[in-house]
Structure formats: structure tokens, C-alpha cells
Design a binder for this molecule. Sequence first.
Ligand code: NAD
Length: 375
Amino acid sequence: MKIAVLKEQAAGERRVAATPETVKKFVALGADVAVEQSAGEAACCSDAAYRDAGANVGSRADVLAGAGIVLAVQGPDPDSLNGIEPGSWLVAGLNPFGERARMDRYAEMGIEALAMEFMPRITRAQSMDILSSQSNLSGYKAVIDAAAEYGRAFPMMMTAAGTVSAARVFIMGVGVAGLQAIATARRLGAQVSATDVRAATKEQIQSLGAKPIFVEDVKGIEGEGTGGYATEMSDEYKKAQAELVSSHIAKQDIVITTALIPGKPAPRLISDAQIATMRPGGIIVDLAVEQGGNVEGAVPGEIVTVHGVKIMGHRNVPSRLAADTSALFARNLFNFLSAFWDKDAGKPVLDTEIGDAVRVTKDGKVVNERLLAAG
Ligand code: NAD
């Protein structure tokens, strides 16, 4: 089985889908690995390191020729896949809801596209979950980005010249990214509070030494849907949440929002009027900015100042830590493919539970139930 590793072409994408470490492991499984020239350059993986690990390095056409599995971080432009073999697998973060037309093109080209963000949230798939590995580092980076822009210190400091008070940091959305943001802000010495719609997160917030800020006594408080993801909340809940946030946010120096609902635009959590109540010099980081944004006025790819508060809307935050996020992404893909590797067949053979969840296209058609249900 030949495995091709593509160089990412999307603007600003610095990650790579395989590292010399995972190449070596694929080779040990009996695969031939071909890496596109300079694919890992921006993630600190040189062509020489890939060669040392046992890969061939060549042009895109060279690596695609005869490959049965193609690895990428983001779904490649179909026009850049000339020469891909019909029936070959494309394994990547494909953004199927956001790139629906592209999924149709993959189907027409006879590609079997596997969307890694559709990995089911079951224990045995945890090591294959790109959403978790990438979100974790995004949560960390959001705090570091905020700290770099913030014109004040994070920890309380008692000096001979007087006391500097600790920064107050509020995390909205306590999934994988939010939990890491809480932990990072705490490590830097901030006073941290956090909120979520899923009641189960209250205990997690407390266990990290932060203060939970929760809407109580409102219908639909559970907020938890399938696979541990959030559901969209009732209007009654949204109103109660907005009131609670309004009183809390006015006292915060830094707010980091991470709230997502799968297959839907990100919920709006902070209004312009609420931003106006923060003190000048405050920072808001909107990690959901590319999914529609949690914060009114956030602009993808920009840092804007509104009412004296900086709203940071970096795109593709995982790519800003490309060496580490690539290493984890690459391991996720290796853990996935190796778990199903069939020695006799010399290739992976997926089971139904995981295969049906991640498979988006097959035999010329879009086959994924989640995607088809979304219309
Ligand atoms: P996510 O990225 O989909 O969303 C981020 C957070 O925003 C979630 O905690 C969500 O509840 C919250 N949110 C949504 N709407 C909100 C609103 N209106 N106000 C405030 N918060 C809101 O979530 P995620 O990081 O992918 O994690 C979701 C859960 O899945 C977590 O409990 C996580 O531990 C779990 N998980 C399980 C596995 C596994 O078992 N394999 C893998 C990854 C994550």
C-alpha cells in the first residue's frame, strides 16, 4: 500500500499530516510512503528527515501516482488532485458541512473521503480524535495570544512599589479547548471563571481551581446532546445566560470564547453592548470566529478594537503551533489507520462503527448519514 502525504495549499496552513515519526511507523507496517516536497517545512519537518524515516520525497504528481491512501490536514482542492487513483482514500479534516460542494466533487472523482472530524466520541477512538488534539493546543494558544496583547500582567505581584492585581479571565465554552484555556490561565496566575451549557462541566471547572458561572433553574439546563456535544439552547435559557454574562463580563479583563454546536453556526454569546461594559484594555479571544463567531464584531483573521477592547479573531489557531499540532494530528491519523491495519490485505479495513461515522463519499456518492441528514 502506498501512502501519499500532501503539502497543504490552503492559505496560512502550516501543519502537515505525517511527521518523520509516523512515516517510520507506517513503513514498519509495510507501507510505502511518499511525501510531497517541502510538505513539512513550516512544521519543522525537513525533506531530509522524511527520507531518513524511509519515505520517498517528490512532486505532487509523483506522490499521488499509485497511492491507495492520501493524507492531508485540510481537504485539498479537487483540482489539485489530478492523477489520484479512483477508489483511493483521502484521510483529512475535510470540513464536510462547510465544504459540501467539495464532497460532491470527491464523490464524482471516485475518491473514498474519510472526514477525521467525524470520528465518534468513544473511548477506543480517543487517540484518533483530531478535534481533541487540535482544540487542546488552541485553548492553550488563545491564552498565550491574549497575554501577549494584554498590556498588564496575569499574576498578582506584590512589589516594593505596590501590588499588581491578578488578571480576571473568563472562559466561555468548557470543552477540550476551554479546559486547556482554564488550566493555562491558572498556570499564568490569573483569577479564572468559566461557563458552559453542559451541567457536567461545572465539576471540571472546579477541579481546575476556577469558578463556575452557571445559569440555574431554567428549563433545558442540561444542554448535552449526542456524543457529549452541546445542543442549541431554548430562548428562555439564552435570555438567562445573556443576563448572567452581562453582570459577570463587566468585571473581566480577558474573555476567551470557544462555544461550538456541531453542524450549526457558533452560538452568539457576547453582544456589542456587553463589550462596552468591559474596561478599556480588555481582551476577547473568539476561537469560534471561523464558525460564525461567539462575539459580535469579531472579524476572522483580524484583531479589532471595539470600545477600547481588543477582539482577537485569529484564523486556524492550531496552525500557529504547527510543529506540535502536526505531531499530534499525524499520530491521530497513524492511530486510526494502524488500528485497522489488516496484515494479510496489507491495508486498513475499517469496521462499521468507525468506518460509517467517518466515511463521507464512496463509489461515486456522498454516503455519510450526518451530512445527508443536514441536506
Ligand atoms: P465543542 O468544541 O463542540 O464545543 C466547545 C464547548 O462549547 C462545549 O463544551 C459546549 O458545551 C460549549 N457550548 C456550546 N454552546 C454553548 C453556549 N451557548 N454557551 C456556553 N457554552 C457553550 O466541544 P468539545 O471540545 O469537542 O467537547 C465536547 C465534549 O466532548 C467534552 O465533554 C469533551 O470532554 C468530550 N469529548 C469526548 C471525547 C471522546 O470520548 N472520545 C473526545 C473529545 C471530546
